[in-house]
Design a protein around this ligand. Sequence first.
Ligand code: SAH
Ligand code: SF4
Ligand code: F3S
Length: 473
Amino acid sequence: MAFENLEESLRQKEYIQKMQEYVEAETEKIGRALTYHIETFGCQMNAKDSEKFAGILQEIGYQEEADEEKADFILYNTCTVRENANMKVYGRLGQLNYIRKTQNPHMVLALCGCMMQEPDEVQTVREKYPFVKIVFGTHNIFKLAELLYRSTQEKGMIIDVWEGTDEIVEDLPALRKYPFKSGVNIMYGCNNFCSYCIVPYVRGRERSREPEDILSEIRRLADEGVKEVMLLGQNVNSYGKNLNQPVTFSELLKEVEKIDGIERIRFMTSHPKDLSDELIETMGASKKVCTHFHLPMQSGSNRILKEMNRHYTREKYLEIVEKLRKAVPDISITTDIIVGFPGETEEDFCDTLDMVRRVRFDSAFTFIYSKRTGTPAAKMENQVPEAEVKDRFDRLLSLVQSIGQETSGRDVGRTLPVLVEEINHQDQTLVSGRLSNNTVVHFPGCEAMIGRIVNVKLKESHGFYYLGECTEA
Ligand code: SAH
Ligand code: SF4
Ligand code: F3S
């Protein structure tokens, strides 16, 4: 059970105030505003957390600086899901240290996020990157203002990492990247312990928010002009199971659907093992839930799925896909696949290729298995040789891409609603937005269209995006 801690948010608001006074005094002293830069690694959870950090920093009086090398306060929100995520952070820390020494001696550097939940990584930071001022984890992100304040008062590195929590502190400022769409946390953590995955260790046990808290947040967002919400959790299909009064994910969706002003509902991520018929039915009947389903498959081999502790079979996966396509004929299905899990044979891998051919995913994120210390898979003996994994990865990627190319373009000629997101980066006469199924569309338009849902005739398909023409005045 999790509870929202209002007392703690009041306490943090006091630190925000103290920091406001500090920033005001500094601004006066140096004759310019203090600036911040946040670098976000990893998934939507981290992206959402970073919006909360930005909200707190702006409330304090910091201004955003796009060039990290010039910022007064730099926050790295880290990810540790695969080894290369960690390497990226260390690589850039080295660079930043050089900048700090040569150009920006007042730079204050903070690290947070999933990597900081691993004691070995914190030890590495302590030993090799002593110039880092603040280190905190995923369970106490709401303490940013307090930690910043402490950093103005104390010498040395401040480390505040919690092993876990049953608290949810939500009532703090947040800054949205887009005014018209927003992620909404519906649950935190993960209880699934897929044998390769570090997330349950760094994000803690699964905690669902109370439906009323989620709904009032979404009502507030709708009042502020948000049209699209993305409900966030590591496994949204198990939402609500541990609440005092259990609620299903499908029931939550139906309540979100009733909120005026919200026109599109997305969610991330779904685990096949908990995906209910009730949810598929709700999606079929819904006018607002988008026609996109991200359903991580991980492997097409029953033997490997079992070793991964995924609790479904290829047959079950295919059955779900069939039901989804029947209930929502336009649906686009995307997935995640891992290649080179310990003990994966050529035969297992061929089962994965076979599943990709059968399902015909609209697109897939493909990953090379990365050994994460502390997970059961890391202790498995039969790790697959690197060259073999690379060869399989290339074969998988080319299959995924060729199927993606065949399926893309299936909507050419249709006129479909697009939520306009921004002016096109390459061509200022175009705007870019997304279809309900998440495909990107570019078409002639102007700034005034941003944040609106308009009908667009899809004229040409260019692989992963369409070129179209707006059919409204
Ligand atoms: N909760 C989500 C996944 C979050 S991690 C889910 O279960 O669907 C996102 C993706 O990273 C996973 O789906 C998986 O494909 C990949 N991943 C996780 N751990 C990995 C590892 N050790 N090596 C390679 N890929 C991994
Ligand atoms: Fe990791 Fe599995 Fe949890 Fe997803 S469901 S976060 S892959 S343990
Ligand atoms: Fe990475 Fe943490 Fe997300 S490990 S994928 S940022 S939950």
